[in-house]
Design a protein around this ligand. Structure first.
Ligand code: IPM
Ligand code: MN
Length: 353
């Protein structure tokens, strides 16, 4: 039997609760589809930082490197200053493990969860591939004369061709494998970002013309893309974009698919170890109340299986989630309004696999 080693970071707030439900579903999927998951728990997050001053130590990165995948519940603590945990844990893992793809499937499961008038599940079903380790997130830049009236600060959208190429290549391969409209939309702002944007535009075209003649090439400026997400989301199949633009449009995408209760993402290193997470935060005020929605975490677990190569099991989880959400049993996707508890939602999905 195939077996995989998975690092589990439950994290802060409601992170451990949603993680439990995801593992509950995986515990059913494993025996059914013939694989085994061996878990190692890592104590990472705001609590640990407050106790020890440590975020994600280098020694832990070295251990994570040896795993087949990482599952992350949520990171975020009301007593920790913003930025410390984001940079010290999430971004550190992305950079150190070179998780250069942020994969965000955007799928509306139920019409009633969509804030857009007249849109149905068939209209909102696309994937955003966000470059995950470059651009403005690299932190290149600086500040001079800080605190004076003449202060100058820069933060640079830096991209090298190899970093753009590997991302665009992943996106083309993904579009081909997805096999729907076979259209890859590049989202950028090349009308203004005539250097950094142009590098993406040329790479998208060159790779497409050379190796992916079966894939349609499409382009949106990022500002226009936000309008089309609202007006005509059914246009999209797969989107590829740079880091900051991707950060912004994937939040918009999350809300049109029904919100953070269902939005899942993967930080992928196609040649290394990837990390999967529900997009919602740690939601500290709901901690321990059994009211948070675990669907996003369960969907993230499905993505993890897909990336590990357990495609049939991943499809089964997606079907189970879709089935449960359309059973009429879950009233709303919002925390505290589901009409049942976190653990009951997990039970329902697990029973449907
Ligand atoms: C995300 C988050 C992170 C980001 C933050 C928490 C650093 O917003 O995963 O989208 O900006 O990438
Ligand atoms: Mn974000």
């Amino acid at each position: 039997m195939k077996s995989y080693n998975v690092a589990v970071i439950g994290g802060d707030g409601t992170g451990p609760e949603v993680t439990r439900e995801a593992l509950k579903v995986l515990a059913v999927a494993g025996p059914k589809f013939g694989f085994k998951l061996n878990y190692t728990n890592y104590d990472v997050g705001g609590e640990r930082y407050l106790k020890t001053g440590e975020t994600l130590p280098d020694s832990m990165i070295e251990e994570l490197r040896k795993q087949n995948a990482i599952f992350l519940g949520a990171i975020g603590h009301p007593d920790v200053k913003p930025g410390i945990l984001e940079c010290g844990i999430l971004l550190k893992a992305r950079f150190a493990l070179d998780q250069y793809i942020n994969l965000r499937p955007v799928k509306l499961y139920r019409t009633e969860d969509c804030p857009l008038k007249g849109k149905e599940p068939k209209d909102i079903d696309f994937v955003v591939i966000r470059e995950n380790t470059g651009g403005i997130y690299t932190g290149v830049g600086g500040v001079v004369q800080k605190g004076t009236p003449m202060e100058i600060a820069t933060q640079v959208m830096i991209y090298g061709r190899p970093v753009v190429e590997r991302c665009v290549k992943f996106a083309y391969d993904y579009t081909r494998r997805r096999n729907r409209k076979k259209m890859l939309t590049l989202v950028h702002k090349c009308n203004v970002l005539t250097y950094a944007g142009d590098l993406w535009v040329r790479t998208h075209k060159e790779l497409g013309d050379r190796d992916y003649r079966d894939i349609k090439q499409d382009y949106n400026h990022v500002d226009a893309c936000t309008m089309w997400f609202v007006k005509q989301p059914e246009w999209y199949d797969v989107i590829v974009t740079e880091n900051l633009f991707g950060d912004i449009i994937t939040d918009l995408a999350a809300i049109i698919q029904g919100g953070l209760g269902v939005a899942a993402g993967g930080n992928i290193n196609p040649e290394g170890v990837s990390m999967f997470e529900p997009m919602g935060g740690s939601a500290p005020k709901y901690t321990g109340q059994n009211v948070i929605n675990p669907i996003a975490a369960i969907a993230a677990a499905g993505m993890m299986l897909d990336t590990l190569g357990e495609t049939a099991a991943a499809v089964a989880i997606d079907k189970a989630v879709t089935g449960v959400l359309n059973s009429g049993k879950i009233k709303s996707l919002a925390a505290g309004k589901m009409g049942m508890g976190t653990t009951q939602v997990g039970d329902l999905v697990a029973a449907t696999i």
